[in-house]
Design a protein around this ligand. Structure first.
Ligand code: UD1
Ligand code: CA
Length: 447
């Protein structure tokens, strides 16, 4: 039987350096709030319980954590990471198994890395996720003795010799619930910062005859976010991972560094993405589709061999069947577009359902909003919508119908009909020549 697992997510910090009305851990990386990244990581490792430690001042974090189904422990005041973990003790009363401590502001740790932390229990009583820091600065240093971890020493407490150590503490620490809480009970604040350091548990448990080990991660993966610059670095690190994964899976990115993904972006093999494309949350692109430059796509499903952009904006609720074409300066929202249909130029199509092989001419607008409610436009198979049509919803264009260009269509159009919804053209013979003659005479009088 595998040992039961739980997680404690620390999120009680004040996050003053973000300079934001929103708590730090609600800021998104790859379109998903950091706290949700960490929750997903813990769930992926099969934890049965997650306790989120929040302060009195983090009402927004508490609400977000509750919405995610996490248990809440309040830490007030915040006396350090060791104290924070102790605050979760009650919420985990009766839990027997392994507990991992995660930080809500460290969003990019991968599932396989956390798996390795739990696997360390096969040989050790405690595991710490460490990394080689380019600039160890304020990180806690991991002091090893042989293959085992001897102690974690906070930078402020380090000797000159220890400061030279580049192997640092990511903050992720795992132990059995019994060991973790028994050690936290014994942590003191007798140190330079006057804080209860969680990191002291390594030495405390070693005193009980328990051994700790270090699991290695890359620095990019364990990057903690303290301010907006860190947030940008985390975003960049996330994008690098996503671009690599996309290309490895058979997606062509012509200029990878200019393509931006969200946490849930799905691109199937043989999708080709040109430069400067943004995928917001909720996008799936099927095989063979081409996304041309400067397209902005969110909440959309793009079918096989579809052709999108350049300069297309696909908004949530867009579902494009195979072989569809959405051209330049076209915006879609809640638009279901059938196989082979085309909206090639300069259009807004919202709250609409298009059948197969529909052609929507340049400059067509669905007038979906009357100031109070949204209404639906339906365009059936094979219909041809002339350029510069205004489709005043609710309205249905029948199968195989034609709309003459420039129409303001307010009534349903029957199947196979031609609808002309514009005033008749009047040609006045010779009018231009007469007009010029009059104007020239008037001007001559004035001078
Ligand atoms: C901590 C580690 C350090 C490690 C570094 C990695 C300790 C003592 N030090 O230092 O070894 O290299 O993280 O980034 O653990 N928090 C609370 N309550 C508190 C204090 C902190 O919930 O009372 C939360 C914060 O919101 C944050 C996390 O714990 O998510 C880390 O706290 P922080 O003060 O940033 O720790 P560091 O000093 O950076
Ligand atoms: Ca920190």
């Amino acid at each position: 039987m595998t040992t039961r697992r739980a997680a404690i997510i620390l999120a009680a910090g004040k996050s003053t350096r973000m300079k934001s009305v929103r708590s730090k851990v609600l800021h998104p990386v790859g379109g998903r709030p950091m706290i949700e990244w960490v929750t997903a990581l813990a769930r992926g490792a099969g934890v049965e319980k997650i306790v989120c430690v929040v302060g009195d001042g983090n009402a927004d974090v508490r609400a977000a954590a509750e919405a995610q189904g996490l248990d809440i422990a309040v830490q007030e005041p915040q006396l350090g990471t060791g104290h924070a973990v102790q605050c979760a003790k009650e919420a985990l009363a009766g839990f027997e198994g392994h507990v991992v401590v995660l930080y809500a502001d460290t969003p990019l740790i991968s599932g396989p890395t956390l798996d390795r932390v739990f696997e360390a229990f096969e040989t050790h009583s405690m595991a710490v996720l460490g990394f080689e820091a380019d600039d160890p600065a304020a990180y806690g240093r991991l002091v090893k003795s042989g293959a085992d971890l001897h102690a974690i020493v906070e930078a402020k407490e380090c000797s000159a010799e220890q400061l030279k150590i580049t192997l640092c503490n990511s903050g992720v620490i795992a132990a059995s619930a019994a060991d973790l809480f028994s050690a936290c009970d014994r942590v003191t604040n007798d140190n330079i910062k006057g804080e209860y350091y969680l990191t002291d548990i390594v030495e405390i448990l070693r005193g009980d005859g328990k051994k700790a080990t270090v699991v290695n991660a890359s620095e990019a993966e364990v990057l903690g976010v303290n301010d907006r610059r860190d947030l940008a670095s985390a975003e960049a690190a996330f994008q690098t991972v996503m671009r690599d994964a996309a290309m490895k899976s058979g997606v062509s990115l012509k200029h990878p560094e200019t393509v931006f993904f969200s946490y849930d972006t799905v691109l199937e093999p043989d999708v080709a993405v040109d430069a400067n494309v943004v995928f917001g949350p909720g996008v799936t692109v099927r095989r063979g589709a081409a996304i041309h430059a400067f397209s902005h796509i969110e909440g959309a499903e793009i079918g096989e061999n579809a052709n999108i952009g350049p300069f297309a904006r696909l908004r949530p609720g867009t579902i494009l069947a195979e072989d569809t074409k959405i051209g330049n300066f076209v915006e879609t929202k809640k638009a279901i577009v059938g196989k082979g249909s085309k909206i090639n130029h300069l259009s807004y199509v919202g709250d609409a359902e298009l059948g197969a092989d529909v052609n929507v001419g340049a400059g067509t607008i669905t007038c979906n909003y009357d100031g109070y409610n949204k209404h639906k436009t339906t365009i059936k198979d094979g219909a041809f919508v002339g350029s510069n049509s205004s489709l005043v919803a609710p309205v249905t264009i029948g199968t195989g119908a034609f709309l003459g260009s420039g129409g303001v269509v307010t009534n349903d159009v029957p199947d196979d009909a031609l609808a002309l919804a514009r005033s008749k053209q009047v040609n006045k013979e010779g009018w231009g020549a007469r007009f010029r003659a009059v104007q020239q005479k008037l001007k001559a009088k004035k001078t």
